[in-house]
Design a protein around this ligand. Structure first.
Ligand code: DGL
Length: 258
């Protein structure tokens, strides 16, 4: 049995990161764990986020895993450093792509959508000191819940986005950086509020590239050339069918799912 790469998130969002990794690592086995029962992490204290993240990581260590991806900006920015020193396997996190956003910016501004807890974290505040020019930080309480419910369009979502995005719709926004792994599932709806040429980015592809490079460097990539399998787990088991549905909606093959 191939050792798996584990992905963890406060809920279903981490699937957007795992999907990027799947494109680069077709032969690896994946385990995706969502902690939906304890979501949202983004409206909890740092202590709670750290405790929940460590618990999720410990749970995943009980499986046959060779690396862990913290596929959650909130967990990475609050608990990442602690976890990097504690875990016996390689760890990769995800942060909002502020540096990439600076590279894409023209004469307008950047908007970073993320959770309230991530917005306050030292990690993000530090990043902003380096890459925060013309950057608006928008905490989005209550937004990840739409993805957790599988509500990816409709009147209520539109109203919620209108309230959040209202201060920015008359500004020239060159780049929207999605700093929560749930939000890529809402990209089409968020796009409606901006110009056609506004760039949308998230940190998922960079995490996936970092993961691949790390496994390569440590000689941990599988040599087996059969398609990798993916197992979905969740602290709320009733969320597992929706996890599969979201993943398959990104164009993957259902044969892959265990
Ligand atoms: N998916 C998480 C992130 O990337 C946050 C969602 C939550 O608030 O739990 O930040």
């Amino acid at each position: 049995m191939k050792k798996a790469i584990a992905f963890m998130d406060s809920g279903l969002g981490g699937i957007s990161v795992m999907a990027e990794a799947r494109k680069l690592l077709p032969y690896e086995n994946f385990i995706m764990y969502g902690d939906s029962k304890n979501a949202p992490y983004g409206e909890k204290t740092d202590g709670e986020v750290t405790r929940l993240t460590i618990n999720a990581a410990k749970k995943l260590l009980e499986y046959n895993i060779k690396a862990l991806v913290i596929a959650c900006n909130t967990a990475t920015s609050i608990a990442g450093k602690k976890l990097y020193t504690k875990m016996p396997i390689p760890i990769v996190g995800i942060v909002p792509p502020l540096k990439q956003a600076q590279g894409l910016k023209k004469e307008g501004e950047i908007l970073v959508m993320l959770t309230p807890a991530a917005a306050k974290s030292h990690t993000i505040q530090n990043m902003l000191r380096h890459y925060g020019e013309n950057t608006n930080i928008l905490p989005c309480p209550g937004l990840m819940e739409f993805v957790e419910r599988g509500e990816l369009k409709g009147e209520n979502l539109h109203k919620k986005l209108e309230t959040l995005l209202n201060p920015y719709i008359n500004k020239k926004i060159d780049v929207v950086a999605l700093g929560c792994t749930h939000y890529p599932f809402l990209t089409e709806e968020i796009r409606n509020f901006f110009d056609k040429d506004t760039a949308f980015i998230n940190g998922g592809d960079e995490s996936a590239r970092t993961l691949k490079a790390l496994l390569e460097k440590q000689g941990l990539l599988t040599q087996d050339k059969t398609p990798g399998k993916t197992l979905f787990l969740n602290s709320s088991e009733d969320k597992i069918p929706l996890m599969k549905e979201l993943y398959l909606s990104l164009g993957f093959d259902k044969e892959e799912i265990i």
